[in-house]
Ligand binder design. Sequence first.
Ligand code: CMC
Length: 432
Amino acid sequence: MTVSQDTYRLTSPDGSEMELPVRSGTVGPDVIDIARLYRDHGVFTYDPGFVATGSCESDITFIDGEKGVLMYRGYPVEQLAEHSSFIEVAYLLLNSELPTEAELSEFDNTIRMHTMLNEGMLNFFKGFRYDAHPMAMLSAVVGSMSAYYHDEIDATNRGHRNIFSHRILAKLPTIAAAAYKLNIGQPFIYPRNDLNYCENLLHMLFAVPAEPYEIDPIAAEALDLLFILHADHEQNCSTSTVRMAGSSGANPYSAIAAGVSALWGPAHGGANEAVLDMLEEIGDVSQIGKYVDKAKDKNDPFRLMGFGHRVYKNFDPRATIIREMCHKVMKQLDRKDTPVFDLALELEQVALKDDYFIEKNLYPNVDFYSGIIYRALGIPTSMFTVMFALGRSVGWAAHWREMISDPKGKIARPRQLYTGPAARDYTPVEKR
Ligand code: CMC
């Protein structure tokens, strides 16, 4: 393959030349536009797992995996983590620009005013077993929003698209808290709109009707930071799922439910739950070597959860920020979980010095430390991925809006390399 300015030239097996246009984004690698490859040259491309394939044009989030850069709408995540709030970041992701004071206040108020669920929706929870996984309940109840709001979702209507994002952002914490309350057999706690986003979530999770509940400002601050860091991550598995499901014109609430399901897997958002399970299994610093060896063994399916990333090959900037917050939470909340944190710090050090992890560029990712914070806040392991989903919900909504408003948008429909039998004749059952 040769490159000449803005065209790639490929030579096919029969010696004929194909010219493919090259497109440049604002920053990041160029892309070869192969949209006409099949029509003009009769071949498909093959890239399982989309390792080198751009699936869309997007102006929401940029990642440079080699340099550990993550930017939302051009703003480095470190700056947003230090100076912004999750609600402001949500506005930025949905509306492309940071809000003025008046815009922020109006947006914040709108989200506060949409926190309640239709009372009928609460009945769904009575149908789940007491020990249903909260991610399963989240996916099911978010999917049910498509039944409640089906008539108000004309994708060509900007107002409808806005209401959709507001409902997703505002109601997911209420659904998540209802799932948690079912698991622990406590009554559902209604939202309080005088509280900010994370305070309200803590209130719905931990308040009980029998006594007053005091919100810990450190807990609210830590959650807000985690949500900022989880808010978007360009075309990751769950976001691509939302875009793909939505590309058929499906009701967007169902598309978000599909995203929740995709997030649940341990290779994606489910890793935060898996990290804590792993740390508990390791149990003691003396066992670290044994588990690191297991992770390196090709014949052992065990992986160090919270390590490695498809895009980050140097460090995950989110992990660096969360690690700092971990220290702060542990110190200020004076938690008894310090041994788990100490174990995580030691495991990180051992892996970072190990040739296997160095050669494969495997570094701690966002999920390595997030679970430790959630646990210190009293959030049970089964709720960790739900927390990730709450932060990511705004990214899903922003991507659905971008996808559905794209005039060049098409239904997502990949092709394949078929390896099944060639055409053969049907044999009647008595002759088989
Ligand atoms: N422990 C041990 N070996 C690993 C690990 C790990 N955590 N991650 C990757 N490897 C090895 C893997 O065996 C492979 O080795 P080889 O080249 O010899 O076959 C090599 O590193 C490349 O791995 P891969 O699976 O081909 O890489 P990928 O880009 O497809 O997968 C990943 C990325 C995140 C799924 C993977 O690193 C992993 O399973 N990590 C553990 C789960 C985890 O922490 N996931 C959270 C990701 S961050 C949150 C999010 O955004 O979803």
